[in-house]
Design a protein around this ligand. Structure first.
Ligand code: GLA
Length: 382
């Protein structure tokens, strides 16, 4: 968490609203493996990171509420009784969506003011949206003593994204952001919404992210489309979700689905298995196996699930050429954002430099390298 960010948010809030706010840090996340399987009730292996959103929140006595997104220099005033999604996918939908979902659950809140700013690059696939939703629900819970559990809060954040933003996301991002544990990844069972922490200590290896700095437009519609393909195949198989399917089950309906959709479902079944193997590899500190699983996961995301893009594929190809990298893959929803790389510590600089150069040559655009630390989930800053 950045001190500078904290001071900035605090200062703007107190200057503008003249009272003392609650301050909240809500982190973004990485995902080691288990991509596009959370909405299939599978297993994922995310972790909260030290980049996130800082929000200052307090009550308002002006008869309306105000939200200020400092990064965007954007302010909105709103009436809690007249909320509806605003068009154009703007940031306020994350705030409105959380409030609307609290109202749906008959949780009574009053007018409030919120100021926030983050240091998660947007579109990086590091869940800045879940961080924002969680900061809002966490702050409102505290401010109006709503007595919500963390489990309830993440479901509210997820619903905000479904109903106000229009992305039918799974639960991974909100979970990781809320429940993160310092220096740990979480093996999350997306069916029971419970997790097992895995201490991450790679000794002479580390995880780094490389941001393509692109986000292709179709990502939201493609996301919802993938989800509905999975649901329709689960329906054909007469099961609740692909979590319950085996490769053999899928083979039995091969004639009833298109070859493309067959591959998508196959990817999901295989990715759920890979995630469990990855957790086992983590447990045994078997980094070679973990790395190989990352490469296989990317291959599936690229060719079977088809959510990658040229920029991401290029970064993974660069990684494969470097002996210091044990594994790499695209991370998050896809169509841009970051790759996650498992790499030998003393090779990092060399790899970062050569990859940046190659990327610039190829796309005439810069990529960015991020060094991350695994951090605690959403919390009040004392
Ligand atoms: C986005 C969604 C998550 C998850 C990932 C893909 O980040 O918000 O729920 O589905 O994509 O694994």
């Amino acid at each position: 968490m950045s001190k500078e960010l904290l001071n900035q948010v605090k200062k703007v809030f107190t200057k503008r609203f003249k009272n003392k706010p609650y301050l909240i840090f809500s982190p973004g996340r990485i995902n080691i493996i288990g991509e596009h399987v959370d909405y299939n009730e599978g297993f994922v292996l995310p972790a909260a990171v030290n980049k996130g959103i800082i929000a200052a929140i307090g009550k308002s006595d002006t008869g309306f509420s105000t939200a200020i997104a400092l990064d965007l220099d954007s302010t909105i005033k709103f009436d809690l009784d007249k909320l509806k999604p605003s068009k154009g996918g703007s940031w306020e939908n994350y705030v409105f969506g959380v409030v609307a979902e609290l109202q749906n659950r008959n949780k009574v809140i009053g007018d409030f003011n919120i100021v926030f700013k983050g240091n998660i690059p947007s579109g990086a696939g590091m869940s800045s949206s879940a961080a924002l939703e969680n900061s809002v629900v966490f702050g409102l819970n505290k401010l109006f003593d709503l007595q919500l559990s963390k489990e309830e809060m993440i479901l509210i954040s997820q619903k905000a994204e479904h109903n106000y933003v229009g992305v039918k996301c799974g639960i991974m991002d909100q979970y990781a952001s809320m429940f993160g544990i310092k220096n740990h990844a979480l093996l999350l069972d997306c069916r029971t919404i419970t997790s097992k922490p895995y201490a991450i200590n790679f000794k002479n290896h580390q995880l780094i992210l490389i941001n393509t700095n692109v986000k292709h437009n179709l990502s939201d519609s493609a996301y919802n489309d993938r989800r509905s393909v999975c649901e329709s195949i689960a329906e054909l198989l007469k099961i609740d979700s692909l979590r319950d399917a085996s490769e053999k089950d899928l083979e039995e309906i091969i004639n009833k689905v298109t070859p493309e959709n067959y591959q998508k479902a196959l990817f999901v079944i295989q990715e759920i298995e890979r995630t469990q193997k990855a957790a086992e590899a983590l447990q045994n500190n078997n980094l070679e196996t973990l790395g190989a699983l990352l490469y296989t996961s990317h291959n599936g995301l690229q060719h079977q699930y088809k959510v990658s893009c040229d920029e991401l594929d290029f970064l993974v190809e660069q990684a494969k050429k470097d002996k210091g990298v044990l594994g790499a893959r695209m991370m998050g929803g896809g169509f841009g954002g970051c790759t996650i790389n498992l790499i030998e510590r003393n090779k990092v600089k060399e790899f970062a430099d050569s990859t940046s150069k190659a990327y610039k040559n190829k796309f005439n655009n810069d990529c960015s390298v991020y060094y991350i630390e695994l951090s605690e989930g959403t919390h009040i800053i004392k």
